[in-house]
Design a protein around this ligand. Structure first.
Ligand SMILES: [Zn+2]
Length: 287
């Protein structure tokens, strides 16, 4: 009972933090795009579109977490893959946005900075928000043992550095070196495509029912090797759906006692779920 309550609490906490990330990315997109238009900075607008791509990614994580505990008669396996479908669509939107920005900024005459103060204030805010939020989220991710929140925190930390690149670009353009701004935009476009590609890769992998990643399998082996009752690990298989992993184990045991085997199965499932967040289900066959 205590365990179920804790799981629910962690689930709600993750849901809350992933919603904060959505809010942060929405805020960053808005101030960068508005600030970019008002100040006349192409680099800032490009970074605003980059934040829109981050918004799409954080939204799909949030949708995934919300949907993950909903099941219906029509979809008894749950709707985990809706998250990946949303991600797939957003990846293409991101590539398109990156292409549009690249085309505009690289092949057209660059515009002078109209309002340096606005650009500096927006970049200053971005630096402050990304620095503080990534630090806070990283700490929370460690507390909740959540790899997806940790990845999000690391990403927002790179957004902090991107903001510094944009600052250099804006100053370059302002002081009469438009090439500096074009270079800054190229770097930002790289981040846009990178984030789109990451989303696309994950989505396709999961939609095609790719098996568990190597890292997860090694981690499960490590957990199983701590159990002397296990004589042999015949197979570790599983699949991904949404942010979640479904694990199947085939084990040979050193015991004939059904009770002992049953207790072991419970313990293994508990250990795996505790040490590997986002494992939704562990099915164990033993002989
Ligand atoms: Zn980003």
């Amino acid at each position: 009972m205590a365990e179920t309550a804790k799981k629910l609490m962690n689930h709600n906490e993750k849901k809350k933090i992933s919603l904060y990330s959505v809010g942060i990315n929405l805020l960053l997109s808005l101030i960068k795009i508005i600030g970019g238009v008002v100040s006349g900075s192409a680099a800032l607008i490009a970074d605003g579109v980059h934040s829109l791509s981050d918004l799409a990614a954080s939204l799909s994580v949030y949708v995934g977490i919300v949907i993950s505990n909903k099941k219906s008669d029509l979809f008894p396996q749950g709707l985990y893959k809706v998250e990946n479908l949303v991600a797939l669509i957003s990846a293409f939107a991101i590539f398109f946005a990156g292409y549009e920005i690249g085309k505009d900024v690289l092949f057209e005459e660059s515009e002078p900075i109209k309002n340096l103060t606005v650009a500096i204030v927006v970049i200053g805010l971005t630096v402050l928000i990304t620095y503080l939020y990534s630090r806070w989220e990283k700490q929370k991710a460690i507390e909740l043992n959540s790899p997806s929140l940790l990845a999000d925190a690391e990403h927002i930390k790179t957004d902090f550095y991107t903001a510094l690149v944009v600052l250099v670009g804006v100053l370059g353009q302002y002081f009469g070196y438009p090439i500096v701004e074009k270079i800054a935009v190229v770097i930002v476009i790289y981040f846009i495509f990178h984030s789109g590609f990451e989303i696309l890769k994950e989505a396709i992998k999961v939609l095609l029912d790719a098996s568990l990643d190597h890292e997860s399998i090694e981690k499960i082996k490590e957990i199983l090797n701590n159990e002397p009752v296990i004589k042999n690990i015949n197979a570790i298989t599983g699949r991904n759906a949404g942010s979640y992993k479904f694990v199947q184990l085939d084990l040979a045991l050193n015991t004939d006692s059904l009770k002992e085997a049953h207790e072991l199965a419970h313990k293994i499932e508990k250990d795996i779920k505790e040490q590997m967040p986002f494992v939704e289900k562990v099915v164990i066959h033993y002989q």
